[in-house]
Ligand binder design. Structure first.
Ligand code: AMP
Ligand code: ZN
Length: 751
């Protein structure tokens, strides 16, 4: 039995419908004198998830979604010129009906693109004025309303349960109400059910109280009753609807009809942009068409919304949307590849394998729509060794609530054309023997035939190519380093792998990468950029860059991963004889490669770089002196033979922050008996370390301390590994130590 958080009771309530098997659900719909923005769409997606869940439980959901069309209370806004678009349309001679019709169509089309199931009815406000008049009349008859000069007001003081939904008590009501004082009201907290038409008003209706137009909230009371009856099971909207709109609707409906109007009130939190509620008037809104114009498919937005619980705010960013698109693309590719799994399962076996997954997935969904956890379960399934046919079965089941159009991908693929199979066959040998250029050329031929080659654990498969599914050249969006394919055991394909781990600051990344490439001369280098969930457009820029320069590859993370994990993603993707970790604050001003190559030819050397530190107790570190052995090479520029990764292993991912990670790696090399060297006069510049400077000093301290403690725990009693123990009398023992318990560099940090 699902449980929903009920705004009315302020807790999660088990859901039961009034009438067995049928749910009556009302969703406050769009205002159609402008395009709906994606914030509005988030709220409709929430309603859609409720509806889909209930349908999977066997309910028939009678769903009504009103259309607030131009013509009544909005007329005054038009006249005041508040909406330029509608004013312009009127000027062009369009009627209000035409304008409303246009935006209604646009809305319906947006809903369809997002796979939002269409409501049973989309009643228009302008077509239900008699029903609204009827509700107002009932309220008058029952003593909940009063008439003043052709206006009808709801008398809030007469309805003792007013405030039950929003918790707004009469005393503090005024702060929520618009502040224009209406001298006709008995109390300023009263609200209009009907308003008299002012002279010159075009859009107006006859009523028992003279010509006029309905108030703001009455349409929903009238239309919900007209289509669903006087008692609804579920009413949805955004949190901004709670007060006054839904509070007033509730008072009107219960006042007019008695009984309980709505059993479960559900409200979705806002979509934000730049930290503020998305709203046209704030100037931070986007429409679905705008996203499409930027190359995003609508379902990427649906996926994005699934990644946040509906009662949490979600800050919209293009980076987030891009990550959602990639995740969706990856999911689709996975599903396609499962269709190639030829294992056969009996229905009994299928059930045994699937049951626990179903149980967990629907457990999340039924618990107040914990869709982010449900999606997480789907990803776990993707990574599991559950047989393909069972995975497909589960995907079909899960997609009933996810609505991502995944089911169609579970259909068996048509057999590969013979020549594509031939190409795959031809590619096997060069691939198995590590002749990558040859294998890659064949992969390219397969691609050109419209198929994407995927080397999976067991076999090589070719899937039909679909640009939306496999954004070019992207490794994809990853959540953890274990999702990144590793080339560590594979032969070198170039001389240098430059590893960049970037979070924001595209100018810095550009300076670093471009200068490195410019000074790499004729060397065979590749650049692996890990875009660590940048929010500032860096991700889009590196994608562009990678498209224009085949040496550059990009991995995007779908959240901010720790330093160790991010570094490992780059390391796993590196295929150069040498790996060079670079910090984005570094700029090449000459050929730094040659001296490093010369140095690393010496097999006794572990790490080489431009900046190093030394220590005599593993607690305090001082920079330099360069031009000789150091205890650790700083990750501004840290270079080593890739083959060493076999011995050192990957970096320790418990280091969430960069400090000490390079020391850990360097000391690890020393523990293998290797020497670390920092070269003097390497043609590299260190610019401002903006990553460091942008972190709040307290936060920085905390993060540094954690890493420092981790480091000490591991190496604290290995003073024997330090260079000074082998070179007594080094000039590092100045006694001039800082008395904080952390190591300290004069520059305040190192990457
Ligand atoms: P409106 O067209 O302004 O009446 O809004 C239509 C629906 O979208 C209502 O349910 C609002 O609560 C909801 N809504 C408005 N802005 C946002 C937002 N930024 N995020 C989520 N829902 C919103
Ligand atoms: Zn409403």
């Amino acid at each position: 039995m699902p449980r929903f958080f009920n705004t009315l009771t302020r807790r999660k309530d088990e859901f039961t419908s009034r009438e067995p098997g049928v749910v009556r659900m009302y969703t406050c719909g769009p205002t159609v004198y402008r395009y709906a923005h994606i914030g509005n769409m988030r709220t409709y997606l929430m309603a859609d998830a409720v509806r889909r869940l209930l349908e999977t439980q066997g309910y028939r959901v009678e769903h009504a979604k009103n259309i607030t069309d131009v013509g009544h209370m909005r007329q005054d806004m038009v006249e005041r010129g508040e909406d330029k678009m509608i004013a312009a349309a009127l000027k062009e001679g369009k009627t209000l009906e035409e304008i409303a019709g246009f935006y209604t169509e646009a809305f319906r089309s947006d809903e369809a693109k997002l796979n939002i199931l269409p409501a049973m009815v989309f009643p228009k406000a302008t077509e239900h004025v008699p029903q609204m008049i009827d509700v107002a009349q009932r309220l008058l008859d029952r003593g909940y309303a009063y008439v003043v000069d052709g206006n009808v007001y709801f008398d809030v003081s007469r309805y003792e349960r007013y405030g039950q939904l929003s918790g707004n008590q009469l005393g503090n009501l005024l702060q929520g109400v618009r502040v224009e004082v209406d001298p006709l009201k008995r109390n300023q907290t009263d609200f209009a059910l009907w308003k008299a038409a002012e002279p010159g008003r075009m859009v107006k209706w006859q009523s028992p109280w003279g010509e006029g137009f309905p108030g703001w909230h009455i349409e929903c009371s009238a239309m919900s009753t007209a289509y669903l009856g006087q008692q609804l099971d579920i009413h949805t909207g955004g949190v901004d609807n709670i007060f006054p709109h839904h509070e007033d609707e509730l008072a009107q409906s219960e006042g007019a009809f008695g009984g309980q109007f709505v059993r479960y009130w559900m409200h979705g939190q806002h979509l934000l942009a730049d930290g503020l509620k998305m709203a046209k008037s704030t100037g931070n809104s986007y429409t679905l068409s705008e996203l499409e114009a930027q190359g995003f498919e609508p379902l990427a937005f649906r996926y994005l919304c699934l990644t946040a619980h509906y009662r949490s705010r979600l800050n919209f960013t293009f980076q987030g949307l891009r990550a959602a698109l990639r995740a969706l693309a990856r999911l689709r590719t996975y599903i396609r590849s499962w269709t190639l799994d030829e294992r056969q399962l009996t229905s009994g076996e299928l059930e045994v394998v699937s049951a626990p997954w179903r149980h967990r997935f629907w457990g999340h969904v039924e618990d107040d729509l914990r869709l982010p956890d449900a999606i997480g379960e789907l990803w776990k399934l993707a990574d599991s060794d559950v047989p393909g046919p069972a995975k497909l079965d589960l995907v079909r089941d899960f997609d009933r609530v996810l609505g991502l159009d995944l089911a169609r991908l579970t259909e068996p693929l048509p057999p590969l054309p013979v020549y594509v199979r031939g190409l795959l066959e031809q590619r096997r040998e060069p691939r198995d023997r590590g002749r990558y250029p040859e294998a890659d050329a064949l992969r390219e031929s397969v691609r050109n035939s419209g198929y994407e080659v995927r080397d999976t654990a067991g076999a090589t498969v070719a899937l039909p190519r679909d640009p939306a599914f496999t954004p070019d050249k992207l490794v994809g969006t990853v959540s953890a380093s274990n999702e990144v394919p590793s080339f560590i055991g594979e032969p070198d394909t170039c001389e240098f792998s430059l590893n960049i781990l970037a979070h924001n600051y595209q100018d810095d990344v550009r300076r670093c990468v471009e200068s490195a490439l410019a000074w790499s001369g004729n060397r065979d280098v590749e650049v692996v950029v890990v875009d660590n969930f940048s929010g500032d457009g860096l991700g889009g820029w590196v994608d562009e860059f990678a498209r224009s320069d085949s040496r550059v590859r990009v991995i995007h993370t779908d959240h901010r991963v720790g330093e160790g994990a991010g570094r490992n993603m780059g390391l796993k993707q590196s295929r150069g004889r040498y790996v060079m970790l670079l910090d984005t604050s570094v700029e090449f001003v000459g050929d730094a490669f040659a001296p490093l190559v010369a140095l690393l030819a010496d097999q006794r050397i572990g790490a080489a770089g431009a900046w190093g530190v030394h220590s005599h107790d593993l607690r305090h570190f001082d920079e330099g002196p360069h031009g000789r052995e150091v205890d650790a090479v700083e990750a501004y520029c840290l270079c080593f033979r890739r083959s060493l990764l076999h011995a050192t292993g990957l970096m320790d991912e418990k280091y969430r922050f960069y400090r000490n990670l390079d020391l850990d790696f360097s000391i690890g090399l020393r523990s293998l008996g290797l020497t670390n060297v920092a070269l003097e006069h390497l043609p590299l510049l260190k610019h401002e370390h903006r990553g460091w400077n942008s972190v709040d000093p307290d936060e920085r301290d905390k993060l540094s301390r954690k890493n420092f403690n981790r480091f000490l725990e591991k190496w604290g009693n290995r003073i024997d590994l330090l260079a000074h123990t082998r070179h007594p009398g080094d000039p590092d023992d100045t006694g001039n130590h800082h008395d904080d318990h952390e190591h300290d560099h004069h520059d305040g940090g190192h990457p």
